[in-house]
Structure formats: structure tokens, C-alpha cells
Design a protein around this ligand. Sequence first.
Ligand SMILES: *[C@@H]1O[C@H](CO)[C@@H](O)[C@H](O)[C@H]1NC(C)=O
Ligand SMILES: *[C@@H]1O[C@H](CO)[C@@H](O)[C@H](O)[C@H]1NC(C)=O
Ligand SMILES: *[C@@H]1O[C@H](CO)[C@@H](O)[C@H](O)[C@H]1NC(C)=O
Ligand SMILES: *[C@@H]1O[C@H](CO)[C@@H](O)[C@H](O)[C@H]1NC(C)=O
Ligand SMILES: *[C@@H]1O[C@H](CO)[C@@H](O)[C@H](O)[C@H]1NC(C)=O
Ligand SMILES: *[C@@H]1O[C@H](CO)[C@@H](O)[C@H](O)[C@H]1NC(C)=O
Ligand SMILES: *[C@@H]1O[C@H](CO)[C@@H](O)[C@H](O)[C@H]1NC(C)=O
Ligand SMILES: *[C@@H]1O[C@H](CO)[C@@H](O)[C@H](O)[C@H]1NC(C)=O
Length: 369
Amino acid sequence: MQKLLPSLLILIGSLLIASADISTPIIGVLTQEVYTGGLISRHFDNKTSYIAASYVKYLEGAGARVVPIWIGRNRSYYEDLMHKINGVLLPGGATWFNQSNGYADAGEHLIQLAIEQNDQGIFMPVWGTCLGMELLVYKLANGTEHRIDCQGKGIALPMEFKEDYNKSRLFASISDDVVTTMIKENVTYHWHQYCYTEKDFERDLLNETWRVISLNRDLNGKEFISTMEHKKYPFYGVQFHPEKPMYEFTKTSIPHTAAAVISGQFFADFFVSEARKSYQSFENATEQARTLIYNYKPEYTSILGSSYIQQYLFTNAEMEIPEIPDEGGDGDGGSSGPYIPIIETGGGSSTILPLFSVLLLTLLIVSIN
Ligand SMILES: *[C@@H]1O[C@H](CO)[C@@H](O)[C@H](O)[C@H]1NC(C)=O
Ligand SMILES: *[C@@H]1O[C@H](CO)[C@@H](O)[C@H](O)[C@H]1NC(C)=O
Ligand SMILES: *[C@@H]1O[C@H](CO)[C@@H](O)[C@H](O)[C@H]1NC(C)=O
Ligand SMILES: *[C@@H]1O[C@H](CO)[C@@H](O)[C@H](O)[C@H]1NC(C)=O
Ligand SMILES: *[C@@H]1O[C@H](CO)[C@@H](O)[C@H](O)[C@H]1NC(C)=O
Ligand SMILES: *[C@@H]1O[C@H](CO)[C@@H](O)[C@H](O)[C@H]1NC(C)=O
Ligand SMILES: *[C@@H]1O[C@H](CO)[C@@H](O)[C@H](O)[C@H]1NC(C)=O
Ligand SMILES: *[C@@H]1O[C@H](CO)[C@@H](O)[C@H](O)[C@H]1NC(C)=O
């Protein structure tokens, strides 16, 4: 028994470290090109890409942390990052898929890499919201266009589940209460000019690889696919915006009822749980700290007329990965470069934790005095 105890402690310790790694997954959110001549470029100099802050809050509100994924990089950048993060969110927005070096090209790398990783047995979930869902389908169909025009701007709709919706992974463990709420109330918020139809999926056999889970009708009564998941890969798509009921307040048509918020939270919780199944991590705490979204500040853009309350805006210079210092921990590391927060990871925490304890102790002594 006495011999067993140390090894038991080591076992418990390593289990704790392992579970600590997956309980707070880090999800990459793809940036998107700023529209030239649009609101952002009129108000902010040199900002070339953005992330609507609602997507960041949406993931954070479910326990994840966020890393921005830059557009306009080469393959090796995406390849490297995809071995460090635990999932990818492709947000909605407004770009053409034929625009080069932007959202669509970066998304193509990410989707291809996610396919490769999943094929190799490395779990890598991808979530597409609105344009992100459209991109997922487009890229998995080898760049063939299946979208049609849709009148789906500014409508709140209930979920219209297909009969076998609970055979999906996405809804396998949803509670009956939440389903009832989703069916009865206008919980999903739509803002899209394109959509996919089930007929089209069947005609071109996209139904062989995608499971259509819910359908809705646009303002003209046209039926379109509103929720889907890939049959083989952990890829999910929603045509609506689950983040908006919780985090966007710029249009009166966005539902903010308790039902809409519970519903949006369901999707966030689901995807973050998927990301918890990934065991990848950054090489060390410094690299992770330098990469997280906390290095950037969102702007209050709705006050300027944007349909996003807040946006993270990036210049080309900011999209360069910040330089990694020799070793943090020695004072504040000078005045150049962003502040490095104290964080814990499986590997890097050992050097940082003692420093943290000393700091806490100092604070304690100071406050006692
Ligand atoms: C934008 O870029 C130009 C040219 O590089 C530079 O002169 C200017 O200071 C930049 N503006 C801001 C706000 O960074
Ligand atoms: C990719 O870009 C990085 C800089 O962002 C550069 O260091 C690297 O050499 C490039 N790789 C290739 C294969 O071009
Ligand atoms: C990209 O696609 C849009 C919409 O189909 C079209 O209007 C635009 O001309 C295209 N641009 C290029 C460079 O092909
Ligand atoms: C896309 O291309 C791949 C590889 O060539 C092929 O296996 C797949 O069936 C194609 N998918 C579609 C929807 O055309
Ligand atoms: C799915 O729903 C059907 C009909 O509501 C029900 O009979 C069935 O038990 C459910 N299956 C699962 C796996 O929950
Ligand atoms: C949902 O929206 C439709 C159309 O605006 C409306 O007729 C209906 O009453 C709403 N349902 C609920 C439960 O609020
Ligand atoms: C897909 O649609 C085609 C055409 O309707 C049908 O023959 C096939 O069985 C469907 N596949 C699945 C998996 O539902
Ligand atoms: C952390 O990882 C980065 C990127 O691989 C590396 O450049 C750096 O030297 C590492 N720092 C420490 C303290 O190990």
C-alpha cells in the first residue's frame, strides 16, 4: 500500500493535468476581409480584417477560449495552427467565395486540414454559421456552387426538425424541454441571401455525406436547409445565427426571449463539448498566451452604424504573429509587445504557477498590513 500511494498520486496528478487540458478548449475563429469602402474602412485606418465579437463571446460563454485565425496566409501557417487548436468556427459574414486571399481561401485550407486530421484519427470539429455553413458545403462539394437565392434577411423562426433529427449527433442528447421550446417559439435568427435546398442535396447526392436535420421557409415560402451535420466528420452547419439572440442588439428583429437565448446556448455548449474531445495544445504557455484573442480589443462598432455591436479589427501588422520573447516572468518584459497574461497549461504551468503563488502571497501580506 505504501509503495502504491506515490504511483497512485502520480496517476491522479497526470489525470488532472490531462483533464485540465481538455476542459478549456481553444477554438480558432476565422477572420474575414473588411469590405473596401465600407463602414469599417471609413472609420478605421488600415484595418483589413475583422471578427464580430459576438462569435467570441458565444464560445467564451460556453467555456472555450478563442484564437483568431488570420486570412491571407500560406498553407504552413494553417497547418501549424491546426495542430494546436481544438476546433474551428467559420463565422457568418459577407464575402464572395471567388475573392482570393480572404475568408474563402483560408477556409479551404482549414477545411482540407480538418478532413486530413480526422482521417488520421485526430479529432478536429468544424462549425459553420451562415456563410460558414455555406462555405463548408461548397468546399466539400469541391467548389461547386449549390446555393440559391433566398429571402432570409431579418426573420426569427422556430426549429422545424426533420423526423429523425434525434439520430443526429447534434441533437442526440438534447432535452425534450429544449426541443419543445425550439419548436414552439421563434428561436432562430436568420440573415442570409442564399440558402441550400434539400431537393438540390438529393439531386447532386450531397445527401450522401450531409445529414439534413432541420428545414425552414424563407419570406417567399421557399424551403431551405437550416441545420445539418456531416455524416463522417465532426462538421456542423447552421444557416441561422445562434450567437445573435445572446450577443447582438442591433436589430429589433433579433429575438432575445429566454427561449431564443436557451436555444442559442444549446448550440454553443454542443460545439464546445465537441472541442473538448480534442487533445491538442500549444507548445508552451507563452506561445498560447501570445496567440489568444485577449491580445486584442474589440471596438464598439454599432454606435457607428454597424450591425455588429462590437468587432475585433486587425491591421496587416497585427496579423503578424507577435514575437515570442526569450522567457517571460522577469518583470513585465519591457514596454514593447502586448502583456502576457498568466495562464495554465499542462506543460507550461510549472514555471508560471510558483511565480503566481509568490504574487498572491505578496498581495496577501500587503493587504494584511
Ligand atoms: C496606416 O498606414 C499608413 C501607411 O503605412 C501609416 O502612415 C499610418 O500611420 C497608418 N495609420 C494608423 C492609424 O496606423
Ligand atoms: C509561409 O509564411 C511564413 C511567414 O508567415 C514564412 O516564414 C514561410 O517561409 C512561408 N512558407 C512557405 C512554404 O512559403
Ligand atoms: C465573384 O462573384 C460575384 C458573385 O457571383 C461576382 O459578382 C463577381 O464578379 C465575381 N468576381 C470575380 C473576380 O470573379
Ligand atoms: C470531391 O472530390 C473528391 C476527391 O476527388 C471525391 O472523393 C468526392 O466524391 C468529390 N465530392 C463531390 C461532392 O463531388
Ligand atoms: C427520437 O424521437 C422519436 C420520436 O419522438 C422517439 O420515439 C425516439 O425514441 C427518439 N430516439 C432517441 C434515440 O432518443
Ligand atoms: C413567430 O413569428 C411569426 C411571424 O412573425 C409570428 O406570426 C408568430 O406569432 C411568432 N410565434 C411566436 C410563438 O412568437
Ligand atoms: C439521396 O437522394 C437520392 C435521390 O433522391 C436517393 O436515391 C438516395 O437514397 C438519398 N440518399 C440518402 C442517404 O438518403
Ligand atoms: C514556446 O514555443 C515557441 C513556439 O514553438 C518557441 O519559439 C519558444 O521558444 C517556446 N518557449 C519556451 C519558453 O519554451
